[in-house]
Design a protein around this ligand. Structure first.
Ligand code: F6P
Length: 322
């Protein structure tokens, strides 16, 4: 049996642990393992290379992905996917493991629909993928965000300033909500809940009145009032509001960094589980964690499902900010 592995979409810390686990668990089955360079773009180009156990040594502690990643518009077309399947057939590949988030698993689903055996591994720093309660990379991204928040609070306290931090997450507020709570933010703005900028300003004003030495707003990039929107509002009403705002957009910094224990372990468990599913002949699924257990969810369900965010945590954040 020949099995290939690729990483696609935005890289996520812990992807390398998953690659290592896929390769070594596959070798454990007696299979030949192949890496695909640069995601689906590399698959269409037939960019395969054999991977032995030593080739995936000393990668677990590295952020990013040693296979490289890409976003490939061509793979979204039927012709692009046919090209990929042709290349896999030419190389004699029997099954594919695709490590990535929503875009990647949409691609996996399409490949599975064209009868190619594929297993997805849940990996995205956004944690917006249906079929896994937690995805590879989120824990590290949250810890990077928290380090930035902690540092900003120090300087904010020294100057009695209000700070705003924008975190990534595409159209999902998970990272901003969790980092906002764990970072002790006075206000959290996420796409899932419509927020009036005037309410945010009032929150900050009240925080100062309660004697806080600083005020921190955490916003998700996908919120209607993200960093740009809120900064424009605060600038326009600066005189009336009585304070100005310093803005930090964390951006891709949040995606880099050494994977935490949690992400190495998650990558390892999900990578090995992908091989177990292939060995059982159960392809066309995403492997993830559901209610604390390894779970395989049909890719059709994954692409049709919408992960729900527990927005009641916003109320808790409000109470704790007092
Ligand atoms: O999906 C991961 C993510 O980092 C999102 O949070 C963000 O919106 C997007 O990727 C950025 O994409 P790119 O790396 O292509 O700029």
């Amino acid at each position: 049996m020949k099995v290939a592995v690729l990483t696609s979409g935005g890289d996520a810390p812990g992807m390398n642990a998953a690659i290592r686990a896929v390769v070594r668990a596959g070798i454990g089955q007696g299979w030949s393992m192949y890496g695909v360079r640069h995601g689906y773009a590399g698959l269409m180009a037939g960019n395969f290379r054999p991977l032995g156990a030593r080739d995936v040594g000393e990668i677990m502690q590295l952020g990013g992905t040693v296979l490289g990643s890409a976003r490939s518009p061509e793979f979204k077309t039927v012709d692009g996917r046919r090209k990929a399947i042709r290349e896999m057939n030419k190389e004699g590949i029997d099954a594919l493991v695709a490590i990535g988030g929503n875009g990647t698993q949409t691609g996996s689903h399409e490949l599975a629909a064209m009868e190619f055996p594929v297993v997805g591994v849940a990996s995205t720093v956004d944690n917006d993928l249906y079929g896994s309660d937690i995805t590879i990379g989120v824990d590290t991204a949250l810890n990077v965000a928290l380090e930035a928040i902690d540092r900003l609070k120090v300087t904010a306290s020294s100057h009695g300033r209000a700070f705003l931090v924008e975190l990534m997450g595409r159209d999902c507020g998970y990272v901003a909500l969790m980092a906002g709570i764990a970072g002790g933010a006075e206000a959290i703005v996420i796409p899932e809940v419509e927020t009036d900028p005037e309410d945010v300003a009032n929150e900050i004003r009240r925080a100062y009145k309660r004697g806080k030495p600083h005020a921190l707003i955490v916003v998700a990039e996908g919120a209607r009032y993200n960093a740009a929107g809120l900064a424009a509002f605060f600038k326009e009403h600066e005189q009336r509001l009585g304070f100005d705002l310093r803005v930090t957009v964390l951006g891709h910094v949040q995606r880099g960094g050494t994977p935490t224990y949690a992400d190495r372990m998650l990558g390892t468990r999900l990578g090995a589980e992908a091989i177990h599913q292939i060995a059982r002949g159960n392809t066309g699924v995403l492997v993830g964690i559901r209610q604390g257990e390894l779970a395989a969810t049909p890719l059709g369900e994954v692409v049709a499902g919408k992960k729900q965010l527990d927005t009641s945590l916003l109320e808790l954040a409000g109470i704790l900010a007092k």
